[in-house]
Design a protein around this ligand. Structure first.
Ligand code: ZN
Ligand code: ZN
Length: 261
């Protein structure tokens, strides 16, 4: 196994970057300028109100960004986004799929507060008690696997973005929140669909043991800073890659590794 030195980590392609075409603050033109700093693409949210509503919006985004020399993906909202045409999916350079909410027995559970807490934007997580309930936690885990499985079968996902980000991760002990068996099931879904597992800088997920399990099981990986503003150094990512000994040759490089589907 090849260990990935820090210098190589910093040259890995960053697939997960937002622009003002969804909820980022930086224009496509500005993003095109920073590709010289370190290699990256753009991958805005789909759907996004008023901006990324349908295939036409996505294809316009792709055209505008590709004309500037950018590699172009989407952050497809798993369980929520309407299906895109196969031709639209094939035209994109890659597709990130990510969960931002989950519906459990008719109740919508948003991940926003947990996400803000994991990003360090909130000092505490107010729903700790609610999500410490074992039965609810188990249902969330089951639903996460179901939604990911359904989407992988339908949406042509190449990368699982921030795969363990949820209110359960915000409880503080991901090895307890996500039993090893569950982690292996999620990793196996990625292996079966040849979907790469994102190392996410913004949320600092997945945690070390998950990444080590994924490495042992032979997964592919992908770097995602998930920045909405300035292009920042991949400090956390570098440390995560090192701690889990993820091999550089298992990382995606700005394109899908199999035919679009
Ligand atoms: Zn996301
Ligand atoms: Zn994102």
């Amino acid at each position: 196994m090849v260990r990935t030195p820090r210098a190589l980590t910093l040259k890995l392609f960053d697939h997960h970057i937002h622009t003002e075409r969804s909820d980022g603050t930086v224009s496509l033109a500005e993003r095109a300028n920073t590709v010289a700093v370190r290699p990256h693409g753009v991958s805005d949210h789909f759907p996004w109100p008023g901006k990324m509503r349908n295939d036409d919006d996505v294809l316009r985004y792709l055209d505008d960004a590709a004309r500037l020399g950018l590699r172009v993906g989407l952050e497809y909202d798993l369980g929520v986004a309407p299906p895109l045409r196969a031709s639209t999916r094939a035209a994109l350079h890659y597709m990130i799929g990510a969960l931002h909410q989950i519906e459990v027995d008719g109740v919508r559970i948003p991940f926003d507060e947990a996400g803000a807490f994991l990003k360090g934007k909130l000092a505490s997580f107010s729903e700790r008690e609610r999500f410490s309930d074992g039965a609810l936690a188990r249902r969330i885990r089951e639903r996460m696997l179901e939604v990911v499985r359904e989407s992988f079968a339908r949406d042509g996902i190449d990368i699982l973005g921030h795969g363990t980000m949820s209110p359960l991760a915000a409880l503080g002990d991901p090895e307890r929140a996500y039993p090893g068996e569950w982690q292996e099931q999620l990793i196996q879904l990625c292996l079966d669909a040849d979907v790469a597992i994102e190392v996410n800088e913004a949320y600092g997920v997945p945690h070390q043991e998950f990444l080590q399990r994924a490495r042992r099981m032979g997964a592919r990986f992908s770097v995602g800073s998930d920045t909405h503003g300035l292009l920042a150094p991949l400090d956390k990512t570098g440390a995560m890659i090192e701690a889990a000994s993820l091999p550089v040759d298992r990382f995606l490089a700005g394109e899908r590794v199999r035919a679009a589907r």
